[in-house]
Design a protein around this ligand. Sequence first.
Ligand SMILES: [Mn+2]
Length: 499
Amino acid sequence: MINDLPFANDKPLCITDTILRDAHQSQAATRMRIEDMIPALEQLDEIGYWSLECWGGATFDSCLRFLNEDPWERLRTIRKHVKKTKLQMLFRGQNILGYKHYADDTVDRFCAKSIENGIDVIRIFDALNDKKNLEAAIKSTKKYGGWVEAAMSYTISPIHDEEYFVKLAVELEQMGADSICIKDMACLILPEVAYSLVKKLKEKVKVPIHMHTHNTTGTGDMVNLMSAYAGVDIVDCALSPLANGTAQPSTESLVVTLQGTPRDTGLDIKKFSEPAKHFRKVADELVRRGDLNRKVLNVDTNTLLYQVPGGMLSNLMGQLHDAGKDDQLYDVLEEIPRVRKEFGYIPLVTPTSQIVGTQAVMNIIAGERYKMVPKESKALLKGEYGTVPGEIDESIRKKCLTEEELKNIITCRPADLIEPEFEKYKEEYKDICHTDEDVLSCALFPQVAPKFLKWRDDPEHNEPPAKPLEQILAEKEGKAAAAAPDNAVRTLVIEDLSA
Ligand SMILES: [Mn+2]
């Protein structure tokens, strides 16, 4: 009987449900609307989750760009209905929710406003695992009374062994983390590896350990179960209607699996029925709107073969197709590990996955390595994103940068070079912003937020950023939507390529 098996922890396993964030980000291009969520929010609040993940870069961006929704209003609405359960968000360190480094005062304002509007737990990560890029967000989250969950971007490389992650976790705990997340955004971690890593972390770290994986490769349930055996405190799951495939393993499956064991979650399986019924309708609706293709539920083992996140692979195929070089895919797949090594074994997660992928494609189609070097590659080599985990190949750096640039490599905390900027943003957007929340939307998403705010405040005289839903549906019904080819470039994931 399972009770005889050793569990390295005899406390109930806690669950974070991702149905309001990563589940629909991974399966349906982050297109779930607040109206799709509201009818089930109070039921979700009754379940007894450790937290509900509901906010992050992609949800924020998608609200403004595609859904004509104010992301801050969404958060307040969720908070209004979810009174007991902690609300959790994903935060990209010094990039906040955007794609560049912001000054510390903007990071501070964002933490303050997120917590003020209802967030309890901020999961903070950096694509390079550069701790310097987490410092400001950790400090500000604590200052405003939030729970800091420091995340380690999980990856596989000769330097990313168990020792590396244990050392990193210990340092993050010393920096003030209230919990540590193993963020396996690319679905790379295997059950045995997860078991061993969690076990070591439980020996060396006092704060709770939180596992985040996906089920793209069909290994997610096993990773979560093995993590539970090893003593993990919290795991991410998604309510069944949007679980599995590119999203998280299903909540209900894990809850029943652990029933009667020392890690029994204590959650009542009957309480999932009503919200699941609701979100099944939402999933069907997302299919009807053309935002969800059930193909994402298929097991895809390419990630295991190439260690390249699934979303990154489809982007590469798209880039090669546009260049008329479909036949060079395997050359590119062999080039990726070389570029990654030369760039210091950076984890492949937005934005580093695009940087490595694009550089590998250019190296192959130009017929000469580093003949074409995009500005993002240069920025990485200049240290603008922070310190890479390994060593940058100096011969490559010399080939890509000018003499002047080579003399000015950034080795300090990149944000120390950015002057306070929040007052400047306030001044710049003063005609369209009423609140600091509005200013933050504009600072983070300058291409879409101003347009959204103008429409929000005067819909009579301004166009919304996106077509209204009724119009999208009318157009869909008018023409049978052509099925996207398997290798189409996916807009699916804005936040992490594989999410
Ligand atoms: Mn994820």
